[in-house]
Ligand binder design. Structure first.
Ligand code: ATP
Length: 347
């Protein structure tokens, strides 16, 4: 299948400093992708290069099989048939909702334009707000109008740069799920840039985790969590702790919690020192459990409580218990170590 977007080995520089190094990604029609990573890792630079606001110093970017960026050539953003949604919404304050949404539709007849505005406002559930001005809308409504404006001209690709960061946590969660539904209902192809993994998980089919100007793993949310392919991703995605261990056999690691036999084989020399990733779901509450942990921290999460438990060896692990298992600090609870997957990194 011909991808909508094909980014091949791009490098971007600010003056002589490399900000993005050897990034490649392909996005097919109707796919939602997220660039996820900590501040300064280069995700906005990649997005701006795809939009045509930044040039590339090597590699190239194709949209629908046409090269739009390569060293010495950058097709202007307005000719790329891309929709953009920004962190600050960038709506026009002197225009009402229908004029904001209709901004990219001036090439259509008045009748077609009005029909498209009506249709897209219905999709973002703001049909009753056509005459409102931007300052008369909530943050979440403004963001939905910004999305409607980006989608109205039926762009090949929608680019979203931290679109939820001005909203409170609950609104972010709600809107990120809704944005996915809206984009999917339109068959839109999109890229979300965020530093918030829960947003990326809620919106995207595939996620590219970036570190220091490179995509270090491009995968599904499930695989990023359960099969991180490097230490940075293991540490950045989800929660967990690392246990020191020694490789006894390709699929056996000795740890302070016992010998772990896993579903993976590592071809490092026997005796190698490793770090074993332990997720909260690997430590299970069990009255018959053979380990005892003292509660040294707890965080209520609604349906579950995330406990930090100190074992007799002094090692601290995280564990999620159903929230009716409500223990106090310093209480001792029985647990079992039951890792689903073995994930280890050589030290
Ligand atoms: P954030 O989440 O903080 O926005 P980011 O992952 O989007 O970060 P970028 O904005 O792409 O990161 O920046 C990548 C690197 O390039 C950073 O080290 C940044 O300081 C640098 N950089 C970004 N914009 C410029 C610029 N206009 N001039 C010089 N350096 C820049």
């Amino acid at each position: 299948m011909q991808p909508v977007l094909d980014v091949k080995n791009i490098e971007c520089r600010y003056q002589q400093r490399v900000a993005v190094h050897d990034v490649s990604l392909r996005i097919n029609d109707g796919d939602l992708f997220s660039l996820l990573g900590p501040s300064g890792c280069g995700k906005t630079t990649v997005l701006r290069a795809i939009a045509g606001f930044e040039s590339v110093s090597s590699g190239n970017i194709s949209l629908r099989n046409e090269i739009v960026s390569k060293a010495g050539f950058t097709k202007p953003p307005e000719n790329r048939h891309i929709g953009m949604v920004f962190q600050d919404y960038a709506l026009f304050p002197h225009m009402d909702v229908q004029d904001n949404v209709g901004f990219g539709l001036r090439h259509l007849s008045a009748k077609d334009r009005n029909q498209r505005i009506k249709d897209i406002l219905k999709i973002v559930d703001l049909s009753d707000y056509t005459d409102r001005y931007v300052h008369e809308l909530s943050g979440g409504q403004q963001q939905r109008i910004a999305l409607a404006r980006a989608l109205a001209p039926k762009p090949d690709l929608v680019l979203m740069d931290e679109p939820f960061s001005n909203l409170d946590v609950e609104m972010r969660e709600y809107l990120s799920q809704e944005v996915r539904q809206i984009l999917k209902s339109q068959g839109a192809t999109g890229i979300l840039v965020t530093h918030d993994q829960l947003e990326a998980f809620a919106v995207a089919d595939h996620i590219g985790v970036m570190d220091k100007g490179e995509i270090v793993q491009n995968d599904t949310a499930y695989n990023l969590y359960h099969s991180p392919n490097n230490y940075f991703v293991a540490d950045f995605i989800g929660q967990g702790v690392f246990l020191e261990g020694t490789l006894l056999a390709p699929d056996k690691i000795e740890t302070p919690l016992g010998i772990i036999a896993g579903d993976r084989a590592y071809d490092w020399p026997r005796g190698s020192k490793v770090k074993l990733l332990i997720r909260p779901d690997d430590i299970v509450h069990d009255e018959q459990g053979n380990l005892v942990g003292e509660v040294c921290n707890k965080a209520f999460k609604g349906a579950e409580i995330l406990y930090t438990l100190r074992l007799s060896s002094g090692i601290e692990v995280l564990s999620l218990f159903p929230s009716h298992h409500n223990y106090e600090l310093k209480e001792r609870v029985k647990i079992n170590f039951a890792p689903d997957h073995m994930v280890a990194f050589k030290v």
